[in-house]
Write a protein that binds this ligand. Structure first.
Ligand code: FMN
Length: 232
């Protein structure tokens, strides 16, 4: 999946197929989690992977009885190493960087899972102390998120969740000065589209042996039509 498409189409998934998630996929997802940026490359995160029904039930109780915590085939608890962050960056490390680093790691996990056809939900509403006790997490670690993971049920897939338009929340140079959107000149836009069309055609050419998805064909058709209309 293209990066931008992956970011745009990821949605929280809260109902899962019962089938288990193969270990190699879990490992791959965790590996991508560790590719996240971190302050001074400290990588102050650790993971606990839970599949055990009894432990999941306890975590369900500790997270406001959110059903996806109980029912997801896999839970990944992402912990921030507060001590590591504190040693290196004092109060800012402890209070801010540790959370920022872990959040970047969590987002990588969500995107990697989505790219691999899995669904996730970032669960932050839980009793931290209870979760630490259940999982016997040492004091230096703070559980930041429970990520529910599994294959999404079909009906969960195509959901659109509205976003606040970035122009409403973006200021130029100083807070309060609104963003003035200047569209790029048409001839530059046409050149861009032509480049993307030829790239797409090359891709289609390469995948001739394989069935081409309807989506790709219609995408290509759309480009052709736009360019035809603009350049005629
Ligand atoms: C820090 C954080 C905590 C969250 N906690 C929960 C949670 O406890 N339970 C839940 O179902 N979703 C939780 N979410 C998921 C959000 O509800 C979800 O991301 C948001 O509604 C946008 O939907 P989307 O992820 O499908 O784009 C959390 C998300 C974040 C970033």
């Amino acid at each position: 999946m293209e990066t931008l498409e992956c970011i745009k189409t990821r949605r929280s998934i809260r109902t899962y197929d019962r089938k288990d998630v193969p270990t190699d996929l879990i490992e791959k997802i965790l590996e991508y989690g560790t590719m996240a940026p971190s302050t001074g490359n400290t990588q102050p995160w650790e993971f606990i992977v839970v599949k055990d029904r009894e432990i999941k039930n306890k975590l369900f109780d500790a997270s406001l009885k959110q059903e996806h915590v109980r029912d997801a085939p896999v839970l990944i608890i992402v912990c921030a190493d507060i001590e590591k962050a504190k040693q290196r960056y004092k109060e800012r490390g402890e209070k801010l960087y540790s959370i920022q680093n872990t959040a970047a790691c969590i987002q990588n996990i969500l995107l990697a899972a989505h790219d691999l056809g899995l669904g996730t939900c970032w669960v932050g509403a839980f009793e931290e102390k209870e979760v630490s006790t259940i999982l016997e997490i040492p004091k230096r670690l703070r559980p930041v998120a429970i990520i529910t993971l599994g294959f999404p049920l079909e009906y969960e897939k195509p959901r659109k969740i509205e976003r606040i338009p970035y122009r409403n929340i973006t200021w130029v140079e100083k807070y309060g000065k609104t963003w003035e959107f200047k569209p790029r000149p048409l001839d530059i836009q046409v050149k861009d589209w032509q480049k993307r069309l030829s790239e797409l055609e090359k891709k289609l050419e390469k995948s001739k042996e394989q069935p081409i998805s309807e989506e790709k064909e219609s995408f290509s058709e759309k480009f052709r039509r736009i360019i035809k209309n603009i350049t005629k």
